[in-house]
Design a protein around this ligand. Structure first.
Ligand code: ATP
Length: 234
C-alpha cells in the first residue's frame, strides 16, 4: 500500500532521512522505532507532504504521491496524527472533529462522525466542551477521532503514547489494534518500543536518518542490539 524508496529529507544543515526504504502492506501495523532525532518525524512529514523530499519516491495505493499536496494525500486516505496531538484547544470537541471532515467531498462524514462518537463515548459526553478541558488521554482520543472522520485507509501516528499515563497507554494500544481489525492500515512511530512491537507485525529502526534494522516484531524484540539500545538491557 505504501512504498518508500530511497527517501531523503534534508534541512539546511541536517540530513534527517537518508535513503530510507520502507514498505507497508494493506492491513498491517508497522512500527518505526528510533531515538530522539533519528528522523522519525521527518519521515512522517515527508509522507504527509509537509516537507518536500530531497530525493526518492513515495507510492501510495499504486500511485506516485512524492510531489502531491497534503490535501490530495488526505483525500486518498492518508492521515497523520501528529506528535503532541495538535488539537485546537480553544475549540470544542465537536468543532475539532468537524475539522477532520474538512476535506471530505461526500456527505458520508456525518455517519463517520457518529461512529467516532460511538467509539469514544467520553468525547460524546464532552461534545460541547473546550478541548483544553480534556485530559491528555482524551486529547489523544480526540486527535485520533479527528483523523477517523476523514475515513482514512492509512493512519500514521507520531508517538501517540508520549506523556500519557500507563492506563491510557494500554487503552491507546488496544485502540490501535481495534482500528487495525476494522481495516485501517497503521504506521506507528513510537519510543515505547516494547508496546509498539507487541501490537505491530513488523518494524523498522531508524538511527541518524538511516534504516539500520528491520524485521518481524518477534525478530526485533529478540535482537540484542535493539534490546540494549531501547529495551533497557540485552
Ligand atoms: P523526535 O522523537 O525528537 O521527534 P525524530 O526521530 O522524530 O525525533 P526528527 O524530528 O525527524 O527526529 O529530527 C531528525 C533531525 O532533523 C534532527 O537532527 C533534528 O534536529 C533535525 N530537524 C528536524 N526538524 C527540523 C527542521 N524543521 N529544521 C531543521 N532541522 C530539523
Amino acid at each position: 500500500m505504501l512504498e518508500i524508496r530511497d527517501l531523503d529529507v534534508r534541512y539546511a544543515r541536517t540530513h534527517a532521512v537518508k535513503s530510507a526504504n520502507l514498505d507497508i502492506k494493506e492491513g498491517e501495523i508497522v512500527t518505526v522505532l528510533g531515538a530522539n532525532g533519528a528522523g522519525k518525524t521527518s519521515l512522517l512529514r515527508a509522507l504527509q507532504g509537509a516537507v518536500k523530499p530531497a530525493g526518492g519516491k513515495i507510492r501510495f495505493a499504486g500511485e506516485d504521491i512524492t510531489h502531491m499536496s497534503p490535501a490530495d494525500r488526505v483525500r486518498r486516505g492518508m492521515m497523520l496524527v501528529p506528535e503532541g496531538r495538535q488539537i485546537f484547544v480553544s475549540m470544542t470537541v465537536h468543532e475539532n472533529l468537524l475539522m477532520g471532515a474538512y476535506l471530505r467531498q461526500d456527505g458520508d462524514w456525518v455517519r463517520d462522525l457518529k461512529e467516532v462518537y460511538e467509539r469514544f463515548p467520553n468525547l460524546a459526553n464532552r461534545r460541547d466542551m473546550k478541548a483544553s478541558t480534556l485530559s491528555g488521554g482524551e486529547q489523544q482520543m480526540l486527535a485520533i477521532g479527528r483523523a477517523l472522520v476523514s475515513r482514512p485507509r492509512l493512519v500514521m501516528l507520531d508517538e501517540p503514547s508520549l506523556g500519557l499515563s500507563p492506563l491510557f497507554v494500554n487503552n491507546l494500544f488496544e485502540l490501535i489494534t481495534q482500528l487495525n481489525r476494522d481495516g485501517i492500515t497503521i504506521l506507528l512511530v513510537e519510543q515505547n518500543t516494547g508496546m509498539a512491537l507487541e501490537v505491530a507485525a513488523r518494524g523498522y529502526v531508524l538511527e541518524l536518518g538511516s534504516v539500520v534494522l528491520s524485521g518481524t516484531s518477534t525478530d526485533l524484540s529478540q535482537n540484542s542490539a535493539l534490546a540494549e539500545a531501547y529495551l533497557g538491557g540485552g
